[in-house]
Design a protein. Structure first.
Length: 140
């Protein structure tokens, strides 16, 4: 029972375990998503979309747990301050730049392919054009 209690205890240690567990789940799901790309999205479209949708909760959980750690540290919660800040490279470069790069690439992809409809634009974020998924015409 003490092991179960330790698993669900909060604080910075619990947050670290939650973040690590979310990372493991993300690693497995991203590997499966990558396999659907290698097998050809046209043939494996249904599993690709299904796995893509399964990625949403673990990504949200990971963002929430990392965000909680960050806000707790900068609010000067003693337990998180004792653990110290994240590495400087993660704080200064990766955290602010990586999401911006993703949004910029997705936006440029939409503009480059001429997608004007929301559905087509969202499909392009997943790397699927209408011509691949439905055999329809995709404006270029």
């Amino acid at each position: 029972m003490s092991r179960l209690r330790r698993l669900f205890q909060g604080g910075s240690d619990g947050n670290a375990r939650l973040t690590a567990a979310a990372a493991v789940v993300l690693l497995v799901l991203l590997a499966a998503e990558g396999l659907t790309l290698l097998g050809g999205v046209g043939r494996l479209l249904t599993p690709h979309i299904f796995i893509g949708l399964l990625l949403i909760p673990p990504v949200a959980l990971k963002l929430a747990s990392v965000g909680w750690r960050m806000t707790s540290y900068y609010r000067r919660v003693e337990e998180y301050v004792r653990k110290g800040p994240p590495h400087a490279l993660l704080r200064m470069v990766v955290a602010p730049v990586l999401p911006l790069i993703r949004v910029a690439l997705d936006t440029l992809h939409c503009l480059d392919t001429g997608h004007v409809r929301i559905g087509a634009c969202l499909a392009s974020f997943q790397g699927i054009s209408r011509t691949q998924s439905e055999g329809g015409d995709c404006p270029k």
